[in-house]
Ligand binder design. Structure first.
Ligand SMILES: NC(=O)c1ccc[n+]([C@@H]2O[C@H](COP(=O)([O-])OP(=O)(O)OC[C@H]3O[C@@H](n4cnc5c(N)ncnc54)[C@H](OP(=O)(O)O)[C@@H]3O)[C@@H](O)[C@H]2O)c1
Length: 275
């Protein structure tokens, strides 16, 4: 059996990464081997994946086969890492020619820890964010010891179909995560608040949500496509004595700008603590 990609943990994020790879023909289903935690997850996960992907549970006698692949994607929850590491230590024998590649998407698990736990591999940390689910994500990448340019190309080929990729020194990953991984929650809170405001001002709930989402989406697109500074866009829609400046006064009085700054700083500090 030729195994190109061995996936440990086939949850939401692994599936979001894998499905576009199949769609683009980067891997055939037969080249992918996956391990999940529980036996009952196998039919649920297999249902989401193309026919031919082999999926076993972690207590299955074949589960260690996953480590025979030249590329491994590690996508379990960080607290599940210890359940992976001890069987790895017992069963992984490595390859004398070239070390296989381990791509970890585990939040807060450092390269140092990965390299200690998976000494037979070259390790890469990837920090994707939830919009990868709609191929509009951002992924930060930090490279461990011994990673080759060939490895880097493989990793970029994996994450490019679902996200823009950024090479970052590892010490910047906490700030990257604080903005991009936690960011969708900040934006969702803003979306909900705007919709509530529209309901308070008289619109029906479903229309308020639809308009709120599209206002955020259109604004983000405008900033990006026209390469505008946010201050420029704000000034473009703020006429003297008008409605927008009346609203902006409230946002500034409530300290929204400084709350956002502190939110990102708090998330970065928490990420450092957890690591
Ligand atoms: N979701 C995101 O947007 C996002 C973004 C960036 C990074 N991440 C990172 O991605 C990782 C996974 O997140 P997720 O949201 O995809 O989690 P998830 O949906 O809970 O998936 C976890 C997967 O790991 C499997 N698993 C558990 N124990 C295992 C074991 N001993 N051996 C093999 N597989 C095992 C689970 O199988 P069972 O269900 O059978 O237990 C499940 O398939 C996390 O470390 C997170 O930090 C997630």
């Amino acid at each position: 059996m030729v195994l190109s990609l061995g996936v440990i943990g086939l949850g939401r994020i692994a599936q979001a990464i894998l499905l576009p790879l199949f769609q683009e023909g980067k891997f055939t289903p037969e080249e992918v081997y996956g391990v999940v935690g529980k036996e009952e997850s196998i039919p649920v996960v297999s249902n989401q994946l193309p026919l031919g992907v082999k999926v076993v549970h972690s207590n299955h006698h074949d589960s260690q086969e996953v480590w025979r692949a030249p590329i491994n994607l590690l996508a379990v929850k960080p607290q599940q890492l210890n359940n992976i590491v001890s069987p790895y230590k017992e069963d992984f024998h490595g390859n004398s020619k070239e070390k296989p590649l381990l791509i970890s998407v585990l939040a807060g698990v450092t390269l140092n820890k990965l390299q200690k736990n998976f000494p037979g591999h070259c390790c890469v940390r990837a920090v994707p964010n939830t919009p990868v689910l709609v191929k509009a994500g951002l992924t930060g990448l930090s490279w461990g010891e011994g990673v080759t340019s060939h490895h880097k190309k493989i990793v970029k080929d994996i994450f490019s179909p679902i996200s823009q990729v950024f090479d970052l020194p590892e010490h910047q990953l906490d700030a990257f995560l604080a903005l991009t991984s936690s960011g969708p929650a900040y934006i969702a809170l803003i979306a909900e608040g705007l919709a509530d405001g529209a309901v308070a001002a008289g619109l029906p709930r479903s229309l308020a949500h639809q308009l709120s989402h599209m206002t955020l989406f259109g604004t983000a697109l405008l900033l990006k496509e026209k390469d505008l500074h946010p201050g420029q866009l704000k000034d473009m829609v703020t006429s003297p004595g008008g409605t927008t400046i009346a609203a902006l006064r409230h946002l500034e009085m409530a300290g929204v700008r400084s709350a956002l700054i502190e939110a990102v700083v708090a998330a970065a500090e928490r990420s450092r603590e957890l690591a």
